[in-house]
Design a protein around this ligand. Structure first.
Ligand SMILES: Cc1cc2nc3c(=O)[nH]c(=O)nc-3n(C[C@H](O)[C@H](O)[C@H](O)COP(=O)(O)OP(=O)(O)OC[C@H]3O[C@@H](n4cnc5c(N)ncnc54)[C@H](O)[C@@H]3O)c2cc1C
Length: 377
């Protein structure tokens, strides 16, 4: 973090902006405001700004934003461009592959957070503070970026529950030498109600994840032995990647069904919700964090527009973001459901469908949906 804080403090009318949460939404909101010389304070409940050592996909639409914030080149140095996507079966046999028209970037999430954190003014960041919207006055604008379990959202909409996909995920990063074909690629092993992915993450590392539909009384644990057992019939590379993983992290995949928040405002009075706090998504499109970055970018633009009153800013923000956000959340949910079929016949039908999918359709779903930029203008 840098210490030049107050020399840039602006006298703009909206100069008391407070951010709750130092995840990707909060950090990029801070960076976006700072890049416009707007003042902010960020509060993170944990004692440091960081994230697990896991992979993070950044879609191409985010590159111009990172460039505007002067962190694109640095981000590219820590990651790998993903130019090719392979669907394979458990034996690593080819089902289909696609060249990604607008390649994404795959990075180690921990390193990416570090790049952002290092740009932020140290005096504007308050760690170890668990904040509530009630802690702030009416004159302050409060951006709630507290993630999927956002307390601000729970206060605003106590009945808006999370939707449980019943899918569970393990992930990590492995330092390992793999065959040349894994470079700049995303390998997705599909079928048997299981998914395993190996993604080039740059610097001779590969991020990986495993997803499984949960059975009713299963108590999954972040343990390599359990994963070895699960993937014992797979190509040996799967267990090798798990073996070399520095750590294994575990998540249950949940979101909020867009239909349930259709008529709800993402804001109230001086408070607005961004990122997972209002539109969490399952990670099948690897895009929830990118949506949060877009939120931060757009919100900073609108807040910097002196012609707009704050309620107009919030209203416009929600109108501009709803379509894109809902489309990613819905696609991600459908994709997750599609790939986790218990039924063998359906499994074969899906593999056949993947085999038949033309390149343009893949790119329409993976690129066009993700990289559109209308929602941030
Ligand atoms: C397995 C998995 C893989 C994913 N992969 C990708 C990917 O490759 N690409 C992508 O774009 N997205 C990905 N996502 C989605 C992405 O992780 C989320 O969308 C993103 O992290 C949301 O960011 P956020 O800042 O809104 O919330 P969070 O990351 O949850 O951050 C919230 C922060 O707020 C803090 N906080 C909470 N309450 C308070 C409080 N009261 N006071 C102070 N601080 C508080 C928390 O400690 C935390 O630091 C993935 C998600 C999962 C589950």
């Amino acid at each position: 973090m840098t210490t030049e804080a107050n020399s840039y403090t602006s006298m703009r009318k909206r100069n008391q902006i407070r951010i709750i949460g130092g995840g990707i939404a909060g950090l990029t909101a801070a960076l976006a405001l700072q890049s416009k010389s707007m003042d902010y304070q960020l509060f993170e409940k944990d004692s440091e700004i960081t994230y697990s050592n896991v992979g993070f996909g950044i879609s191409a639409n985010i590159f111009p934003i990172l460039e505007e914030w002067n962190i694109l080149n640095e981000t590219k140095l820590i990651g790998a461009e993903i130019k090719k996507f392979y669907f394979v079966n458990e034996k690593l046999e080819h089902i289909n592959s696609f060249n990604i028209k607008q390649p994404a970037l795959s990075v180690n999430r921990k390193l990416f957070y570090k790049i952002i954190e290092e740009r932020l003014y140290i005096n504007n960041i308050f760690l170890g503070l668990n904040k509530n919207i009630d802690d702030f006055s009416e004159n302050e604008i409060v951006i709630s970026a507290e993630g999927i379990n956002s307390r601000s959202r729970q206060i605003l909409y106590p009945n808006l529950g999370l939707r449980d996909s019943k899918q569970i995920l393990w992930r990590g990063i492995s330092k390992i030498e793999l065959d040349e074909k894994f470079k700049n690629s995303y390998f997705d092993f599909v079928g048997n109600n299981l998914r395993f992915a190996i993604i080039d993450t740059g610097c001779n590392t590969y991020s990986w994840y495993a997803i499984k539909q949960k059975t009713s009384n299963e108590q999954p644990i972040p343990d390599k032995n359990a994963l070895f057992k699960l993937f014992k019939n797979y190509h040996p590379i799967v267990n090798e990647v798990i073996l070399y993983s520095e750590n294994v992290y575990f998540s249950e995949l949940k979101d909020i069904d867009p239909k349930r928040r259709n008529h709800l405002r993402w804001y109230k009075n001086n408070n607005i919700l961004i990122g997972d706090a209002i539109h969490p998504t399952t990670p099948n499109m690897a895009n929830g964090g990118c949506l949060a970055i877009e939120d931060a970018y757009l919100l900073s633009h609108l807040l910097n527009d002196d012609k707009l009153e704050t309620p107009e800013v919030f209203k416009k923000f929600q109108i501009l973001r709803t379509k894109k956000v809902n489309s990613v959340v819905n696609q991600s949910w459908r994709f997750g459901q599609l790939l986790h079929q218990q039924n063998n016949i359906l499994n074969s039908v899906i593999k056949f469908g993947m085999y038949m999918t033309p390149d343009f359709l893949f790119n329409k779903i993976y690129s066009t949906v993700l990289v559109e930029t209308k929602s941030i203008k």
